[in-house]
Write a protein that binds this ligand. Sequence first.
Ligand code: ZN
Length: 260
Amino acid sequence: MRIALISDIHGNLEALQTVLADIDRQIDTKAGDRIWCLGDIIGYGPNPVECVELVAQRCDWSLLGNHDYAALYEPTNFNRAAEQAAYWTREQFEAETQRNQQRGSRLWEFLGKLRVRVKEGPFLAVHGSPRKPINEYIFPEDGPRSQRMQPIFDRFEWICLVGHTHVPGVFITDDFVKVADMPESTFTFREGEKVIVNPGSVGQPRDTIPEASYAIMEVDDRPRSVKFFRIPYDIDAVKAKIFSIEKLDNWLGERLTQGR
Ligand code: ZN
């Protein structure tokens, strides 16, 4: 079985559509392959409603990210641009509910039921970290600092799946393995070796590579490996939409080109 991991879409429909098309070339969801979403479907980007609809249709499940939480409940620890974007995002769902009550309620219900942690066999999935599932960041530079990492690694059995930092790669107990350092962008799981896998961000990569990021895991009687992918998409189209929406800061468009 193959399991595609997507995360941090942030209302970027062009990136999401491009990634899903690429996933469809590699896996077969009708034959039992799966797509899991690690949260932050919305926030920052210009197409939150469409992205939630698509994730609801295509993914087995999605987690609740801090930006999903912000739009649904309230923004916590957000800077001004992020907070304004969260309120604008909420308005889009309210407007959709005005236009089409049924579709609106279906989307609110989907958002309201997003879970903060999902346990599937050897996998524990959380948006941020197993300690603070919605808000804690596990940054690559935290890898070698095992004092900080140890309590995090103590909270899962084998493979933890996270998003949130928008930086793809794999944490082993005392290091962070960059995708560029993996043979064929693939990390092989070993029994007894705990790892944290971050597939990177579909809609707002922050590792200076602007292409959309995602990953596919190979699983048979046990998890075997995870391979990372980068996919170019129409960034200019998304930027143009962001620039045309007053409540979305222009920086939110600029950063897509810069990959940060
Ligand atoms: Zn995010």
